[in-house]
Design a protein around this ligand. Structure first.
Ligand SMILES: [Zn+2]
Length: 173
């Protein structure tokens, strides 16, 4: 288009075109080409501006993706460390339980395991301030009297939930 305008301008400047009608047509074409060029330049400018804003957005989103990746990696390593700690604790507790279970009479252990299965994982509960820590029920006076008079090695159980009650100095007896 620029070439065409230059060629037209050259023809106009050369004086080769003499007819007034031809001159007018040439001038009109030159003006129209200039207008089109200006319009196209506006379009180019607009496209460049849009490209710039898209690039800015890409940069921003890339930054966010990188920051999320860093967060994920951090959370993953913390999760892995916690899982390792939990595994180690499970191993320790399992070993401790085995040692303790070995010192408990077989029939008592059997009763405990049965109750544990029936009572959501808790087979024995502390008797704390006259209350069963398993079901949170306060023991009745007669029940408390029975527990109080029972020999220290007698297995006492909660009337309400049937769990084995563990007596301590804080039992309120
Ligand atoms: Zn109970």
């Amino acid at each position: 288009m620029r070439q065409r305008a230059a060629r037209d301008q050259k023809r106009l400047d050369s004086g080769a075109v003499t007819s007034p009608k031809d001159l007018e047509n040439l001038q009109r074409e030159i003006a129209s080409l200039a207008k089109r060029q200006s319009d196209l330049e506006d379009v180019v400018l607009e496209v460049m501006e849009r490209r710039e804003s898209v690039q800015e957005r890409v940069t921003e989103l890339t930054g966010r993706v990188e920051s999320l990746h860093a967060k994920i990696s951090d959370a993953t390593s913390r999760r892995d460390a916690a899982a390792e700690e939990i595994d180690a604790e499970v191993a320790t507790v399992t070993k401790e339980r085995e040692v303790i279970a070995g010192t408990i009479p077989a029939d008592l252990l059997k009763l405990y395991d049965k109750l544990r299965e029936q009572q959501g994982g808790i087979g024995a509960a502390r008797l704390y301030q006259r209350r069963c820590d398993g079901c949170r029920q306060e023991l009745a006076i007669t029940e408390l009297n029975e527990v109080r008079s029972a020999a220290p090695d007698t297995v006492v159980r909660c009337e309400n939930c049937r769990r084995i009650l563990v007596r301590t100095p804080e039992s309120g007896l």
